[in-house]
Design a protein around this ligand. Structure first.
Ligand SMILES: Nc1ncnc2c1ncn2[C@@H]1O[C@H](COP(=O)(O)OP(=O)(O)OP(=O)(O)O)[C@@H](O)[C@H]1O
Length: 640
């Protein structure tokens, strides 16, 4: 019999099994989302059919009225969702409903903590899609037939969600997919028409095809005056407006609708942080609806992850993840684009180097930066939420997007010596507004950690003079600062690099004091240079220190210590760093050093001071044993 032909049992991919387990246990407070996910898939299937039918209209099989139908059978305890979209053949079903196609799935599961509350948050960002059916059902049957296939090529997929599924060939007259959920004993409430209607209204308002529910016949009735109202036959009735949300007027769209639409396209469970909906007219005409999520996805760090906008051309869905419309540093932006100018048969290759693409990309990039600028001005607290989730990605911007460098720089936030906290809250505008009279540069330091940055000896003179320094300790910061040379006509200056030139901030009186201190230990720099030999490029006095005896500084043109460390960690060849050794002539240890006559002891002291300075700059030493030996030997001499 054709009905049962070719039945096979397959195992779920390991990750699907994990997902099912986790989902059933962690989404109990959010069960109704299964409807959103299944209706969302049905709407996508309609979009895909429309797109394919552009080149082959026969796929409509004389039925171009695309819709989703929803029904329930209380007695049987079932809910059925059916669509007349693109449908699936046997191979599609095995491939799509037994595996998870997302990249990074394995890593995602490795990251789960086992703490259900936390994991359910994560799963929200991951998206559960079709598998959410098992939140409420203990038996799911999918009957599908691909558009354009013969009715005998139908397929039935069935699973109890416990590790395996079966597929068999069936006869299916109508194109599309029908999903029958056999509800779990304690989830039978969903088989109630009214319950379903109230949920589906919430989840389908933004869906661009009709979502229909069956309305029973209204029998003929007779008014008091004996006038008869004819019976209204039972019919499928649409529960949503079924117009593409982005084509509607902004003022007609509620916040809830925008949020639901976001969940539909992003598969995120949480509301977005903000959105911007714009119709652009003029040379290039398009509508964009852009969202910034409230949480970073689990794979944000992967620069190759799928990202980009959903692309529509004249309201026809063309493709997901059209990455050409968003720069990589804005890969967290979700949304869609509906162009009037691109051809319907546009492909990724055509998009690649296309003038219209470039114009839209520029427009969308500007829009996102503007959205963030406004948020930062209007709601600093909410902006901080954005910054802590996506700030490090935005920091890739200045290197990638030269034209918008200044705008992006204005959106950056840093920790600073102004606050006693590692929170990145200080903008460059804040910094500039606090600059001292005569201060020309924006000073910053990069280090391994906030604590290392904060306690660096290089900051001593800045603290003394009350000059603010930005404290940077994210891995990306070094990269960022190598692409950012100025902001608002003020240049950036690393406090660990090159000669310290405080310009007009240096006053006459302290200059005189410095000269006096240097005179007292005259000749010391030459002696130390002779003792340290090749270890240093040169030795000089500095007044950037107050509490420390000495520090090491890289060349103005050379790499910073932090950059050298990053390159070494990445396994890249790095030329040996050459340091300038700078001593504080006002420090007791330096004064003492100048008085040591014994040359071998002098060398030991010089080595210890140099190694100490290298230690606080680099966090480790090439030859720690010699340092410890030298130090102990000096301590013993002092103890005698
Ligand atoms: N109603 C449907 N009609 C046709 N194909 C479907 C239908 N539902 C699911 N599919 C197919 O199954 C695949 C897997 O669906 P699922 O909802 O699990 O993931 P997804 O939609 O690809 O991902 P996500 O839900 O995270 O976007 C879909 O990509 C689609 O190819």
């Amino acid at each position: 019999m054709a009905e049962t032909a070719h039945q096979e049992t397959h195992g779920f991919q390991t990750e699907v099994k994990q997902l099912l387990q986790l989902m059933i246990h962690s989404l109990y407070s959010n069960k109704e989302i299964f409807l959103r996910e299944l209706v969302s898939n049905a709407a996508d299937a309609a979009d895909k059919l429309r797109f394919k039918a552009l080149s082959d209209p026969s796929l409509f099989e004389n039925d171009g009225d695309l819709a989703v139908k929803l029904s329930a059978d209380k007695d049987a305890g079932t809910v059925t969702i059916s669509d007349n979209g693109i449908g699936m053949n046997r191979n599609d079903v095995i491939e799509h409903l037994g595996t998870i196609a997302k990249s990074g799935t394995k890593e995602f599961f490795n990251h789960l903590s086992g703490d259900q509350a936390k994991d359910s948050q994560l799963i929200g960002q991951f998206g559960v899609g079709f598998y959410s059916a098992f939140i409420v059902a203990d038996n799911v049957i999918v009957r599908s037939r691909a558009a354009g296939d013969d009715p005998s090529k139908g397929v039935e997929w069935q699973s109890a969600g416990e590790g395996e599924f079966t597929v068999k060939d069936i006869e299916k007259a109508d194109r599309g997919t029908e999903i029958i959920l056999h509800l779990r004993e304690d989830e039978k409430e969903f088989a109630d028409e009214w319950r379903l209607r109230s949920i589906i209204t919430k989840y389908s308002e933004h869906i661009s095809i009709p979502v229909k529910m069956w309305k029973d016949e209204v029998p003929e009735s007779e008014g008091e005056d004996g006038e008869k109202t004819p019976a209204i036959p039972g019919q499928w009735e649409s529960v949503n407006k079924a117009t593409a949300l982005w084509t509607r007027d902004k003022s007609d769209i509620s916040e809830d609708e925008y949020n639901e639409f976001y969940k539909h396209i992003s598969h995120d469970f949480a509301d977005p942080l903000l959105h911007a909906h714009n119709k652009v007219e003029g040379k290039t005409e398009y509508t964009s609806l852009l969202y910034i999520p409230s949480k970073a996805p689990y794979d944000l760090w992967n620069r190759d992850q799928n990202h980009g906008l959903k692309l529509y051309v004249q309201r026809v869905f063309i493709m997901d993840d059209a990455e050409q419309f968003m720069p990589i540093y804005l890969r967290f932006v979700k949304g869609l684009l509906d162009s009037n100018d691109l051809p319907l048969n546009v492909s990724r290759e055509i998009l690649q180097d296309n003038k219209i693409t470039q114009a839209i990309r520029q427009g969308c990039t500007k829009r996102v930066l503007q959205m963030l600028e406004r948020l930062a001005k209007k709601d600093a607290e909410k902006y901080q939420v954005f910054w802590s989730e996506f700030g490090n990605v935005l920091k890739e911007g200045p290197a990638e997007d030269f034209a918008n460098k200044e705008k992006i720089a204005g959106l950056l936030r840093f920790a600073s010596t102004e606050n006693d906290s590692d929170a990145q809250t200080v903008s460059l505008d804040d910094y500039i507004s606090r600059m001292k009279e005569g201060q020309e540069k924006i000073y910053f330091i990069t280090a391994d950690s906030y604590t290392a940055a904060k306690s660096s000896p290089h900051l001593e003179i800045f603290r003394k003079k009350g000059i603010e320094v930005l404290l940077m300790s994210d891995r990306i910061d070094e990269w960022l600062m190598s692409h950012l040379s100025e902001y608002n006509e003020k240049s950036f200056q690393s406090v660990t690099r090159g000669a310290l030139d405080l310009g007009d901030l240096e006053d006459e009186e302290s200059k005189k004091e410095h000269e006096k201190a240097e005179k007292e230990v005259e000749g010391l720099t030459e002696r130390v240079k002779a003792a340290l030999g090749d270890k240093v490029v040169d030795v000089k006095f500095t007044h950037r220190l107050t509490n420390s005896p000495a520090c090491i500084v890289t060349d103005e043109q050379g790499m910073t210590t932090q950059m050298i460390k990053l390159m070494q960690a990445a396994g890249q060849p790095v030329p040996e760093a050459k340091y300038h050794f700078e001593m504080n002539p006002e420090h007791q240890l330096v004064k003492m050093l100048a008085n040591i006559q014994d040359e071998s002891q002098f060398k030991q002291w010089a080595d210890v001071l140099f190694d100490q300075a290298a230690l606080s700059e680099q966090g480790s030493l090439k030859d720690p044993a010699t340092f410890v030996q030298n130090l102990n030997s000096l301590l013993m001499t002092l103890a005698k």
